[in-house]
Design a protein around this ligand. Structure first.
Ligand code: FAD
Length: 426
């Protein structure tokens, strides 16, 4: 029997006895991670389940594991929870992101921070014609928007102290036998030995090569992320153009996707269908002054309605290039007993179906529940992957189709037609 399989059986039976005795969660299963560091000397340590990456997927996994009394350690490369901006807003889908938060016991907290008005959506063509204008009633909380930083904080704060090892950038993972344990090395000089490895480390996963040799490929579209600060107060016209939720201004194989954030900022993804790394061919050079970058982006929208171009004019000095990548649609691999992937590490896709974070959270919760319900890690991973491959393939296909539809010559018309088709229930 594989080492990890034995461990998992151990934790299951010890957990059951703790639950029976105390009627509550165990605070620490007997095989809990023991990770020690003393000054600059990091001793080789043993970890039961090591999660690589503390994004929404890894955090949700850890939270659901802990609510079931199972131990887990997250190794995250960021130096601290504050060290990186965490992006804009998400709408959590009932069957995935919201379901995961219910499993995590955090539904009430999520509902209290979600915004119904963020569900409003507009689609505009390049001439400024509104082809779709959907206003959500205040009591419709089907897919409310939530700010990603708030959601991440909620998950981080729900974990036991010391669950996340910040500043642990994984640089290599070597199995010492067919099914582990795994020697994990970090950029800070630390090492650990883990029985089970969960790769939740996003697009450029270090864990993925253990199960699959696929690499993300360029999806044909790149964003420049820009933003308008304090729009309601300082840029009233821009705020009116965008409305309370999202605006899609599309056409000519490009567009702008603008979203209201909870902090008053309007976050805008300016999208171009272009060659990989081809910003300079569009005259956009990120080493130029902010004014020149802004002007170069505006030039790309020559002939568009003034209120759309004014969104670029109003943006501050943050210009972040974001080329989009995806793993092959339908990616899968033969199941392994002690290592698996979740979220973007498993099935990176373009954001056009709004599914990536939702799936990452669903994966995290689903895997934790499978581990809790199984007597060994191998059968849990097999059952989890079977379902994950299927749902990820559907979303990846939809995401590919949506990207093709939105960033096209007549993107606004096609997207609006699609919306009315959905609304009519055909
Ligand atoms: C512009 C844009 C807009 C999007 N909008 C939406 C949306 O509206 N709705 C939606 O559902 N999805 C959206 N997505 C997709 C979503 O952001 C991702 O699918 C989601 O963040 C994936 O979560 P994850 O936990 O799998 O990975 P990540 O969020 O990428 O987290 C991975 C974590 O692993 C850490 N890490 C990476 N490498 C290592 C290493 N070697 N060692 C240790 N730690 C490591 C990283 O620091 C990070 O914290 C969008 C994506 C983009 C690019």
């Amino acid at each position: 029997m594989a080492l990890s399989t034995t461990l998992l059986m151990g934790v299951r039976s010890s957990l059951r006895s703790v639950v029976l005795r105390r009627g509550c969660y165990s605070t620490s299963a007997p095989w809990a991670a023991t990770y020690r560091s003393s000054g600059r000397v990091h001793a080789m340590a043993d970890t039961g389940i090591a999660v690589i990456g503390g994004g929404l997927g890894g955090l949700t996994f850890a939270r659901v594991m802990q609510t079931k009394g199972l131990d887990v350690t997250i190794f995250e490369r960021e130096p601290s929870r504050e060290s990186r901006g965490q992006g804009g807003v998400l709408d959590l889908h009932p069957e995935s992101g919201q379901w995961a938060l219910i499993q995590a016991g955090l539904e009430a907290e999520y509902r209290s921070m979600a915004r119904a008005e963020g569900q409003d959506m507009r689609i505009m063509d390049k001439h400024g014609n509104l082809l779709w204008d959907e206003v959500s009633p205040a009591d419709l909380m089907e897919r409310p928007e939530v700010d990603r930083p708030a959601l991440r904080n909620l998950l981080i704060e729900s974990l036991r102290p010391e669950t996340i090892r910040w500043d642990h950038h994984v640089i290599s993972i070597e199995p010492s036998g067919d099914d582990g344990p795994y020697e994990i090395r970090f950029a800070n000089g630390a090492t650990t030995r883990a029985a089970v490895v969960i790769g939740a480390d996003g697009a450029r996963s270090r864990v993925r090569p253990l199960v699959n040799d696929a690499e993300p490929t360029y999806a044909g579209v790149s964003f420049v992320e820009i933003g308008i600060p304090d729009a309601e107060r300082l840029h009233i016209e821009a705020a009116k153009t965008v409305g309370r939720g999202s605006l899609f201004a599309l056409g000519d194989n490009k567009g702008m996707i603008a979203q209201r954030n909870g902090d008053g900022r309007i976050r805008i993804y300016v999208a171009f269908r272009m060659q990989e790394g081809g910003f300079s061919e569009l005259g956009i050079a990120f080493n130029e002054s902010h004014d020149l970058i802004r002007k170069a982006i505006m030039n790309q929208f020559e002939g568009w309605a003034p209120e759309i171009i004014d969104l670029i004019r109003a943006c501050d000095n943050s210009f972040v290039p974001r080329p989009l990548y995806a793993l092959p649609v339908g990616i899968s691999w033969p199941s392994m007993k002690t290592v698996t992937l979740l979220g973007d590490a498993a099935h990176l896709m373009s954001p056009f179906a709004g599914a990536g974070a939702n799936l990452a959270m669903q994966d995290g919760a689903a895997l934790a529940l499978k581990l809790f319900d199984s007597t060994d890690s191998a059968s849990a991973i097999l059952a989890f992957e079977r379902e994950m491959f299927e749902r990820a393939e559907q979303e990846a296909r939809q995401s590919e189709e949506c990207l093709g539809m939105c960033i096209s010559q007549d993107g606004a018309t096609r997207f609006a037609q699609q919306m009315s088709y959905y609304q009519s229930g055909q």
